[in-house]
Design a protein around this ligand. Structure first.
Ligand SMILES: [Zn+2]
Length: 159
């Protein structure tokens, strides 16, 4: 047994007229997250958790926001590429836990679809993926709906 644990955090601003992608799901809302890619805060946090578990740096090193090839890229592709790095090191994913923090809209109705996306990419069961959501009780930037953030933890094991 050679277990490795990693944690990831990501933040994005919210602006009117942008698409809101979370966990590979386009969520109906009048605002969306701003970023070089599709700004999927959950998938980015999961990428960082996977990279962190193997001491491989962070998402910004592997997928720099100065790379024109990554402009508006679907973050599911970034997760696929990150998982390729995990597999190349001889590891597989045991489970993922995550929390999305934002004031609006309600996220939990979309959690099943998010788990389905993540499960398909990371080759683990939907029951091994936890997606939780919370508001910040109207406090801070998330409470003012200026942005959102997400945390993820990943456990890996050697094949
Ligand atoms: Zn991000």
């Amino acid at each position: 047994m050679s277990y490795r644990v990693g944690s990831g955090t990501d933040f994005h601003r919210l602006e009117p007229g942008r698409d809101l992608w979370i966990g590979g799901v386009k969520i109906p809302h009048f605002m969306g997250a701003v970023g070089h890619s599709d700004a999927d805060v959950l998938l980015h946090a999961i990428c960082d958790a996977l990279l962190g578990a193997l001491c491989l740096g962070d998402i910004g090193i592997h997928f720099p926001d100065t790379d024109p090839a990554l402009k508006n890229i679907d973050s599911k592709i970034l997760l696929v590429k990150t998982y390729d790095l995990v597999k190349a090191k001889g590891y597989y994913v045991v489970n993922i836990d995550s929390t999305i923090c934002l004031e609006k809209p309600k996220i939990m109705p979309h959690a099943g679809a998010m788990k389905k996306n993540i499960s398909a990419i990371l080759e683990i069961g939907e029951n091994d993926i936890s997606v939780k959501a919370t508001t910040t009780e109207k406090m801070g930037f998330a409470g003012r709906e200026e942005g959102l953030f997400a945390y993820a933890t990943a456990l890996l094991n050697k094949k």
